[in-house]
Design a protein around this ligand. Structure first.
Ligand code: FAD
Length: 529
């Protein structure tokens, strides 16, 4: 039993990682796999901040081409397939329909539109069809695509994707990107890091970090009380808190800033009947996606607003909700109404402050800043879910001089837990799960596969009836699965389980959620006795 008043002193580690979002967990996994000893501390639940609030795409970012962000787009495009192979359960290919109408006008202030305005003044305010086709052509070839199908033209008057749209959209294109269950990606990276020797501390806040001789001395506070840690290097992967951690926890002066840009999403009951997404261009130069979500819903987002409050307090405002409804309604035949919204979420992008005028124009690329005034401190600014693995490799490359014993880069295409099956093996795995657990409905089989991959068989064990899975909390959540999340995936609360390990919060009633809360409370009380 851990003592809550005395300070515990931990053994010296190579790396202390502050922050359990995708970047912290990705770096911890990579470092542990190279043989470094690692401790990671996350003040709340894993992925509680930005890394569960993304649009959930492994994508190159078609719109970043307009900003000439070719390095970022190429790296992200290359990563899509590398990641897909390593996690065919939580990630899958998606097709994006981009409707086009020559009547569309945009207020766009990108380098591309400025260039167009200068060389072809009559094109001001337009994204002509040839420009979009050119962008899609670059997008198709820049990242060495092998698994994903190429762009194709669509006649929306005949294609089923046109049916949900207003009649004015008669043509368009369809291109490829990938979906990823963002919060699960974080947890699976943390689990794999732990399996390779890392120590993962959740609900553990770093309150102070200082250099003492050749080491970092880090103090944390968490359920087990106060702890002292010693490490040879410190990685500050605190996302939107990066600046605050530098100034208030590490107490260093820094000229580098982070620009907090809030992005909100809305979820509505399914708006259309096919499995493709839409890429809509707005008159304000922005774009949004409409994406099939959790089988019965459509996800619409995102906004782009400078965020001024604390990073942990981002929420979708009514103004953002109405903006997204109005934006989508310019395309969909049936208007999307605020009253249809069943859930919203909001996150804060921790973008490197490059002095851009608008939030939309601020760079999405990451910056790794190494401070070597003593034992190394690596601050992580920005980044995308899509480039987390490459960011981790770059972080380890920057720290390599301090750790000559560390192994080489290794993470490309190495499966995450549950992802050890071929990309084209989803059908076969579906059939295996359905045959092993004939009492599951097809939609439940899909959800379990997309959550656990090949680990479904460990989660559900030898159960031959639903009753053998223990208590049924509703919406297909069984006691067996809850126990797995608690024992293997660092979950503690109903929110961890319903909004990050799964998205079953969308389907459960308040009563069912209270039932889960009570059950977890009783379990914790029994364990404390
Ligand atoms: C609206 C939106 C849409 C996006 N869409 C996409 C997309 O579709 N595709 C894509 O590739 N990228 C996307 N991104 C970008 C991506 O989500 C982020 O770049 C990424 O999640 C950042 O991860 P992170 O680990 O740096 O930060 P975070 O996930 O925020 O993690 C930082 C963690 O540090 C912890 N922390 C802070 N201070 C302390 C402390 N003192 N002690 C302990 N822990 C601490 C926090 O609790 C937090 O969990 C999107 C971002 C947003 C906001």
């Amino acid at each position: 039993m851990e003592e809550s008043v005395t300070m515990q002193v931990e053994p010296v580690r190579d790396l202390f990682v502050l922050g359990g979002g995708i970047n912290g967990c990705g770096i911890a996994r990579d470092a542990a796999g190279r043989g470094l000893s690692v401790t990671l501390a996350e003040m709340g639940d894993l992925a509680q901040a930005t890394s569960s609030a993304s649009t959930k795409l492994f994508h190159g970012g078609l719109r970043y081409l307009e900003f000439f962000e070719f390095r970022l787009v190429r790296e992200a495009l290359e990563e899509r397939e590398t990641l897909l192979v390593a996690m065919p359960h939580i990630s899958w290919p998606m097709r994006f329909v981009l409707p086009y109408s020559p009547a569309m006008r945009f207020e766009s202030d990108t380098p591309t539109s400025r260039l167009l305005g200068l060389t072809m003044p009559w094109m001001r305010g337009r994204r002509p069809a040839w420009l979009i086709r050119l962008g899609l052509g670059i997008y198709d070839t820049l990242g060495g695509r092998k698994l994903l199908p190429p762009t194709r033209r669509l006649d929306l008057r005949h294609d089923p994707a046109g049916r949900a749209l207003k009649p004015g959209f008669s043509r368009g294109w369809e291109y490829s990107d990938c979906w990823v269950q963002d919060a699960r990606l974080v947890v699976l990276n943390a689990r794999d890091a732990e399996a390779r020797g890392a120590r993962i501390l959740t609900r553990t806040r770093v309150t102070r970090a200082e250099r003492v001789g050749d080491l970092w001395h880090v103090t944390t506070e968490g359920a087990g009380g106060r702890r002292e840690h010693w490490a040879r290097a410190l990685v500050n992967a605190s996302g939107p808190w990066v600046g605050e951690v530098i100034s208030d926890i590490i107490h260093l002066p820094s000229t580098e800033g982070v620009r907090l840009v809030r992005g909100s999403h809305i979820v509505v009951p399914k708006l259309y009947d096919h499995d493709r997404c839409y890429f809509f261009q707005g008159t304000d130069g922005r774009i949004i996606f409409a994406i099939p979500y959790e089988q019965d819903f459509t996800l619409i987002g995102t906004t782009d607003m400078d965020h001024h409050g604390p990073p942990g307090e981002a929420h979708c405002t009514e103004e953002e909700r109405d903006y997204l409804c109005a934006f989508a309604s310019r395309y969909f035949a049936l208007p999307v109404r605020p009253s249809q919204v069943v859930w919203t979420y909001s996150g804060v992008r921790p973008l490197y402050n490059d002095g851009a005028k608008s939030a939309t124009a601020a760079t999405r690329d990451y910056v790794l800043s190494l401070n070597e005034d003593g034992p190394p401190l690596l601050n992580v600014f920005g980044g995308k879910i899509t480039t987390y693995r490459r960011l981790a490799e770059s972080a380890l490359a920057r720290l390599a001089p301090y750790f000559p014993q560390a192994g080489a880069a290794w993470t490309a295409r190495v499966p995450l837990p549950g992802g050890d099956f071929p990309v084209d093996g989803v059908g076969a795995l579906t059939a295996r799960i359905a045959a092993s657990y004939p009492f599951l409905a097809p939609a439940e089989v899909q959800r379990l596969l997309r959550t656990h991959g090949t680990e479904v068989f460990e989660v559900l064990g030898a159960a031959t009836t639903r009753a053998e899975l223990g208590r049924d909390f509703g919406a297909g959540l069984s006691e067996a699965e809850v126990r797995w999340f608690l024992a293997r995936e660092y979950a503690r609360t109903a929110e961890d389980i319903l909004w990050r390990r799964t998205k079953l919060g969308l389907r459960m009633t308040e009563e069912q959620i209270d039932g889960l809360r009570d059950w977890l409370g009783r379990l914790a009380a029994d364990a404390a006795e």
